[in-house]
Each structure stands twice: as C-alpha cells, then as structure tokens.
Ligand binder design. Structure first.
Ligand SMILES: C[S@@+](CC[C@H](N)C(=O)[O-])C[C@H]1O[C@@H](n2cnc3c(N)ncnc32)[C@H](O)[C@@H]1O
Length: 232
C-alpha cells in the first residue's frame, strides 16, 4: 500500500472510528448488480431491524458470519445446517451480489444478508444473548503495524460478541496469518467471557468449508489456524 492510499485510509476513518475495511470501488458484474437490485429487497437486512431473529418465520438458533466475502462458505453452511438460521454480514458489494444469487439459485430459506459494517450491526441490530454462534473466517489481517488498529478482532469487539452470544454459545475464528492468530489469542485472553476450547489451533471443524481466502493463503504457504471459544 502506498503512503497516498494510507493517507486516504486515515481520511476515510476520520472523524469516525477506525474501520476494519476500506470500501474500494468494486467492479460489479451485470449479474451481481441485478442480484443487488432484485434480491437485496428479498434477502437483505433492512437497517431498521432491531433483532436479527425477527427476520425468520421460525424460532431456530441463529448463526452470524462476519465478513462472509463471496458467500461461498455461507451458502454451503446454510445448506448443510438447515437446523440453524444464518445472517451473513459483508460490506463488499460484489461479494454480497454473489451470495444473494447463490441463496436464490439454491432456494435457501434460512439465510439473510446485512450489507453493513458488522460493528454497527452488532451495536444496533442484535439483542444481547440472542446468537447461537458467531463465525469469522479469514478477517483482513492488516499486516502492517500502523494498520493493526484496523484489525476486527480486538478486545472491545470481542466483548460485544460475548454480549451478543447466549451463554454456552460459540465463537469460531480462522486465519492464515500466524501473527494475527497470536494477536487473536492475546485479545481473547483479555476477555473473561470467552473460554478457549482445545489447544490454540483446533482441527478445522466439519461445518467450515475451505474458503476463498483460505485457498489463497495456502497457495502462499500459510498455516491455517482455527480457534473455537465458548461464551461462559
Ligand atoms: C479477507 S476477506 C475474507 C472473506 C471470506 N470470509 C473468506 O474467507 O474468503 C475479509 C472480508 O471481511 C469483510 N469485512 C471486513 N470488515 C468488515 C466489517 N466491519 N463488516 C463487514 N464486513 C467486513 C471485507 O469486506 C472482506 O470481504
């Protein structure tokens, strides 16, 4: 990243808090644009929803995936775990377009999509204790030291996730960036509400498919770390 871009990041972040993402003008294919126009009204989460559980007609445990990217994992999990309802949160429009199309093509009735900053969704649209699980796969590692403040996984955000989860609920993190895995473990250690399950780095649970960014990391020789935590 050039210094110009870095400055731009700071401007984007000011005067609001530092965000974990940068909105880049993404190229939407005509299919993705159509999906956003036609399917977001059907499967999207409106900003005035105050309890994500109210989006579904049944009363099933709710799993939230934050930063679901192109939605491949979300669509796979929703099809494979029909006992759960799912909300995918993602700000990248082309990714949301792809996920919406997958939901519609596969006729998945247990998925909704919030195209919004997850920090805002957690603050305004989630009732404390209402989530069964939160899954965050390969969040942007922001490897440069001056960008560490942009990392999504930080103790205050973990506190908010703990508040959102029911006691006994699960937080599942995965990363291909070893320094970020260490950072995650340090942040988790600061939050009493979470208990790490197993050794740091458990085998990939069966419910998580290989993701797009995981494949990219593996091609670069990165080690994959899955962390599972229980809300006390
Ligand atoms: C490195 S990608 C990983 C995508 C996918 N989980 C995967 O493994 O292929 C991280 C994603 O998180 C999204 N993201 C980052 N911060 C976010 C936030 N605060 N709210 C919603 N999405 C966010 C980014 O837009 C990006 O698509």
């Amino acid at each position: 990243m050039t210094d110009d871009q870095d400055q731009e990041l700071d401007q984007v972040g000011w005067p609001r808090r530092v965000r974990s993402f940068v909105r880049r003008p993404g190229r939407l294919t005509p299919g993705q644009q159509r999906a956003l126009d036609e399917l977001l009204p059907k499967y999207g989460v409106a900003a005035d929803v105050r309890d994500l559980r109210a989006l579904f007609e049944r009363d099933a445990p709710l799993v939230v995936e934050i930063g679901c990217g192109n939605g491949q994992a979300m669509a796979y999990m929703a099809a494979n775990e029909p006992e759960f309802d799912f909300v995918g949160i993602e700000v990248h429009e082309p990714g949301v377009g792809r996920l919406l199309k997958a939901i519609d093509d596969r006729g998945l009735s247990n998925v909704r999509v919030a195209m919004r900053d997850a920090v805002e969704v957690l603050a305004e649209q989630v009732v404390p204790g209402s989530l069964e699980q939160v899954r965050i796969y390969f969040p942007d590692p922001w490897p440069k030291k001056r960008h560490h403040k942009r990392r999504l996984i930080q103790a205050p955000f973990l506190e908010r996730l703990a508040e959102a989860l029911r006691p006994g609920g699960l937080l599942h993190l995965a990363t291909d960036w070893t320094p970020y895995a260490e950072w995650m473990l340090e942040a988790l250690a600061e939050v009493d509400a979470f208990e790490l399950l197993g050794d740091p780095g458990v085998p990939r649970p069966a419910w998580r498919p290989q993701t797009h960014f995981e494949t990219r990391g593996q091609r670069r020789g990165h080690e994959i770390v899955d962390l599972l935590c229980r809300r006390r």
